[in-house]
Ligand binder design. Sequence first.
Ligand code: DX5
Ligand code: ZN
Length: 220
Amino acid sequence: MILSPSLLSADFADLGRELAELEAAGLAWAHLDVMDGRFVPNITFGPPVIKALRRRSGLFFDVHLMVDAPERYLEDFRAAGADMLVVHAEATLHLQRTLAEIRRLGMRAGVAFNPATPLGALEYVATDADMVLIMGVNPGFSGQAFLPTTYAKVREARRILDGHGRQDVKIQVDGGVDPDNTAELVRCGADVLVSGSAFFGAPPYAERLRTFMNAARDGK
Ligand code: DX5
Ligand code: ZN
């Protein structure tokens, strides 16, 4: 399991230091939530902030775009230093084209599904994606309660991907993840877990990482 801490719950006044602490604690990924105030009710940050953070960090930048028509900004995020762009299936009309374009630009491509969105589209983009993000909450804010319907959806995503011979495609879960639901999520087939409030709310980070990883081991 890979743990990808969501910077939404970090200290926004000191993100450079937060990234350095994550790296020192042994994390390999950082989850960056971009919100446009339209696809989701909240507004966060965009390419200029990511570009500034890139200069400070060698972590894998897993950029979650909660943005309408994200295809407008793919090159900007590439130039800012994103390693992976995750777009919502609900937000981009030509999903296959958007995923192919992200890869063409040299980044990993991910597709996200809100809790009430069926996974049907995944049947048609299974070979265009490097990761599938199953939301555990309706996106917009950290600290929301995990929706238990997520478990069955992770299993379904795994089944669809395996059916297309894509055992290599990672499944990420984001929203309401904590050490208590980690084992079951891993058991259902999750490979990457995002955590905001449950991770940053309980420092030190190295110890928190260990707690999540131990919980994940119980799910194997
Ligand atoms: C939710 C964001 C998440 C969020 C997770 O809209 O996409 O990445 O920060 O926070 P927690 O883990 O607190 O639910
Ligand atoms: Zn997110």
